[in-house]
Design a protein around this ligand. Structure first.
Ligand code: 6PG
Length: 251
């Protein structure tokens, strides 16, 4: 597992989201102070919505120099950006549309593209450009990556037994997800594991068993892709509500 693994359990989603929002503010301040910008990878799904909304509250919003923040997505569904399934749309509604962000700092994954390989390649070029590195170099290190965990143990769009799990070079790939009968775009394990900070947000009783398997069960990452996430030299933090933590706390 990664050098540092922190597990913090909260009474409910509101407390969890408060803690997550405070972490974002602190990481942003540190990154901007030391590197002049904050490279932030947003998670999709439903759990982070409240966190994003809390970042627009004046007590936090006024603490971040938003013009120095670059937004990315860890994955995207193959839908247009205004589709209710779009991870971009959720973050835009909950956070981005409330802030004065330079448009060229919002790096959307183009899930609507007809050619997903080209869209993945273009995203890798975009990431390389923002970091000022070659797209053929080692993956760069995002300041903060937010991730969720699905009920099957997936994270981003790295689903059990799918092709993207074995990607060792590319930073972003299309991924066929047979169980959902859909294609996705997703950041890959090599890219995600280069991050300085990775924070999982997990809530709900329905995830308790799977969360315990991921955290304390035998290592079987092909079946439980969230187990692939252990930052090479960064910190991994799980922010979990007590419902989701129930099983792991009983072990
Ligand atoms: C997505 C997400 C995915 C999500 C988990 C948890 O595109 O759906 O990236 O990995 O984080 O499925 O989703 P919930 O937060 O809705 O439980």
């Amino acid at each position: 597992m990664s050098r540092d693994l922190n597990l913090r359990v909260f009474s409910d989603l509101d407390q969890l989201s408060d803690a997550a929002a405070d972490m974002v503010v602190n990481h942003a301040a540190t990154a901007i102070q030391t590197r002049g910008r904050f490279t932030f990878v947003l998670s999709g799904g439903s759990t982070p919505r409240l966190l994003y909304q809390k970042l627009t509250e004046p007590s936090r919003c006024d603490q971040i120099a938003w013009s120095k923040v670059h937004f990315f997505w860890g994955d995207e569904r193959t839908v247009p950006p205004d589709d209710e399934q779009s991870n971009f749309r959720m973050a835009n509604e909950a956070l981005l549309s409330h802030l004065d962000i330079p448009p060229d700092h919002i790096h959307r994954l183009r899930g609507e593209a007809a050619d997903l390989d080209a869209a993945a390649e273009q995203y890798q070029q975009t990431i390389a450009h923002v970091f000022g590195v070659s797209p053929d170099s080692e993956p760069p290190a995002f300041d903060l990556v937010l991730l969720g965990m699905g009920g099957d143990g997936h994270t981003a769009s790295l689903f059990p037994h799918t092709e993207a799990l074995s990607e060792k070079k590319r930073w972003v790939v299309p991924n066929r997800v047979p169980e959902l009968d859909t294609n996705r775009l997703t950041m890959t394990i090599p890219l995600l594991n280069r991050a300085k900070e990775v924070v999982f947000l997990v809530k709900g009783k329905d995830k308790s068993q799977r969360f315990a398997e991921v955290l304390k069960g035998p290592r079987h990452p092909e079946k439980l892709p969230s187990q692939f996430i252990h930052p090479v030299c960064g910190t991994l933090t799980w922010l979990v509500d007590q419902e989701a933590a129930r099983e792991v706390q009983s072990k």
